[in-house]
Ligand binder design. Structure first.
Ligand code: ATP
Ligand code: MG
Length: 592
């Protein structure tokens, strides 16, 4: 595909986070730039995640650094191995040929050893390129180390076991404009806290009976600093860590320490975490850790219009069968985009072109569509296909005769090549390309009119044949064979050119035509976004294709001339059964 060419041509992106990294590189602050992409395995990745992936891998790539794929798997109730697998596949697809060399894994089974007490050197797992004996990073691999760090916080008088119920904990926390109240358990002795926390781990208490909280400041204007929860009791097994644990760390506690353990230099996340940053720093500083600390930087989420980007809402589309699954080609999931035939290079180009800022704003989906068309225009081989066929008989060509023609494969190529196709007595044209009663300025096929069959010759419509019910069964035409390329009248001009396929030398295919899934620009702002699903977002037609498409390859992209860009459906196509998805039409049909 065109990946390398387009990437090379694009100017290196610049934004406030890259400026910070560049500054650190200039100061030689770090031996190596290490970023991470930390999805929670509770759903499929979507186009929004692609922005985070391209930012984190992009920065690693620009500085010969590394980017860790880390599963932020601290909430086992919502997570599944299916999601771990789909996320790994999606990330690898998105960065293939672009930043694979920056993808960092860890040696299989290697976890940082628990840190037993202050002052002892702590260890970290150096990221390595993915290979046979490696696997992605998992926050749950650090549960032992995180537990040891929690003991250390307790010993330092910076964490305590609290017996308030979850409801009371919320009440005591107060509101942003009024201070919270201190928990009655806040001043337990270190010995009692150590004992209770160890017993929490041992499974002595039921769910939610106790929690471990940081001892910070109940009057802080930032509610995240009002003695936030570090651990809670959840008697559930974990998809990666097994059944060893019944206490689980919370995101804020696990994230900063996972970053530290992996030697992350720049921990990049979305804006909603900005208010968590003081807590991120507090935890790391409270432990007085020996190695350099990671820092958190925040940017605005990608929010394209006409789409939904929230795992919870995407799950609803799947569960309520509005779509066929997470990888339905209408879904903004990475697996859906891939199945639809969108090149990874177009996804990268789009999410990068949007830029990285501190301000939330809606991005016009037309920008994405433009990037897709642009990439496919250079990459796609041109082919002839008829989506809604109507039969045409060229009465002056004898049955059984094949007239050879040459069709251009890709006019965008430096040296365009051609392939042979044949014109026969019977051909199919698009139903839309004929009008019995033409509107003004109609230049396609009409009674008595002339039109050019692309790559073949000009034809003239002589007769419309109908059945007893009045339905058109065929159009009888004369082929002006001397208007073929190389023939005396090749230069004869007509206003319309239409595409066609031979009716006797063609293959059948199911073709799925997609449109935007929602009819309004901001579906998520609707009271119920299911009510604004576009009823015409999928149309299935039985098409006729030129015979060369019988050997179409999954990885290839095609432009069906005048119809759009198409790719084989990787799931439903089989030998002898062609199923094509329309990736995108040639023009923006939504533009005013
Ligand atoms: P969702 O809100 O869709 O459930 P999430 O934020 O819960 O997504 P995570 O798995 O936590 O999903 O996200 C992994 C990373 O991707 C995080 O660093 C998060 O900030 C980032 N991310 C999620 N959504 C977007 C988005 N729309 N644009 C850019 N980055 C995003
Ligand atoms: Mg999240």
């Amino acid at each position: 595909m065109t990946d390398e060419k387009n990437t090379a041509a694009a100017p290196a992106p610049s934004d406030f986070i890259r400026d910070i990294v560049a500054q650190h590189v200039a100061e030689q602050r770090y031996a190596k730039i290490v970023t991470r992409f930390p999805p929670e395995p509770n759903g499929y990745l979507h186009i929004g995640h692609a922005k985070s992936i391209c930012l984190n891998f992009g920065i690693a790539r620009e500085h010969n650094g590394q980017c860790n794929l880390r599963f932020d798997d601290t909430n086992p109730a919502k997570e599944e191995v299916e999601f771990v697998e789909s996320i790994t596949t999606d990330v690898r697809w998105l960065i293939a040929g672009w930043a694979d060399h920056c993808l960092a894994f860890k040696p299989k089974g290697a976890h940082p050893a628990p840190v037993t007490s202050n002052g002892k050197p702590d260890r970290y797992i150096a990221p390595v390129p993915p290979g046979e004996n490696t696997e992605a990073f998992f926050a749950s691999d650090y549960f032992d180390a995180l537990y040891e760090y929690a003991l250390e916080l307790i010993r330092r008088g910076k964490a305590y076991v609290c017996d308030l119920s979850p409801e009371d904990t919320d009440k005591y926390r107060g509101a942003p404009d009024q201070p919270g109240r201190e928990s009655p358990f806040r001043n337990r002795s270190v010995a009692e806290n150590l004992d209770l926390f160890q017993r929490m781990k041992a499974g002595e208490f039921p769910n939610a009976a106790r929690s471990l909280r940081a001892k910070i400041d109940m009057a802080s204007p930032n509610v995240w600093l009002r003695d936030p929860l570090l651990y809670r009791i959840r008697h559930v097994p974990h998809h990666h860590a097994g059944d060893k644990w019944c206490i689980y760390p919370l995101y804020d506690y696990a994230h900063c320490l996972s970053d530290y353990l992996e030697g992350i230099t720049h921990s990049i996340c979305t804006l909603e975490f900005e208010v968590h940053r003081p807590l991120y720093d507090w935890i790391l500083e409270a432990l007085d850790l020996p190695r350099a600390l990671p820092h958190q930087y925040e940017f605005a989420k990608l929010m394209p219009n006409y789409l939904i980007v929230s795992k919870r809402n995407l799950l609803r589309l799947v569960q309520e069968k509005v779509v066929s699954g997470w990888d339905d080609p209408r879904m903004p999931t990475i697996s859906g985009l891939r199945r639809r035939g969108i090149p990874a290079s177009a996804v990268r180009r789009f999410v990068t072109s949007v830029g990285v800022t501190k301000f939330n704003s809606v991005t016009d989906i037309a920008l994405f569509e433009h990037a897709i068309r642009d990439e496919l225009n250079t990459a796609a081989a041109r082919r002839l296909a008829v989506l809604r066929p109507i039969k045409l008989v060229l009465t002056n060509i004898p049955a059984g005769e094949s007239i050879p023609c040459a069709a251009v494969n890709n006019p965008q190529a430096e040296n365009p090549t051609t392939r042979p196709i044949v014109l026969t007595r019977e051909v199919f044209i698009e139903t839309d390309d004929f009008a019995e009663v033409p509107p003004p300025k109609y230049f396609r096929l009409k009674p008595g009119g002339e039109v050019r069959l692309k790559y073949a010759c000009i034809i003239k419509l002589d007769e419309i044949v109908k059945d007893a019910a009045g339905a058109i069964t065929e159009l009888r035409c004369t082929a002006q064979l001397d208007t073929r390329s190389g023939q005396p009248n090749a230069d004869k001009k007509v206003k319309g050119t239409i595409h066609w396929v031979s009716a006797t030398q063609c293959v059948d295919a199911e073709v799925r035509l997609y449109d935007r899934l929602f009819t309004v620009p901001e579906p998520a702002a609707e009271p119920d976004f299911i009510k604004v699903v576009n009823p015409k977002s999928l149309e299935v037609v039985q098409a006729k294709l030129e015979p060369s498409l019988a050997s179409a390859q999954l990885e290839d992209r095609y432009q069906f001339e005048r119809l759009g860009y198409f790719a084989l459906d990787p799931k439903d196509s089989a030998p002898g059964k062609l199923v094509f998805n329309r990736t995108i039409s040639l023009k923006d049909t939504w533009a005013k």
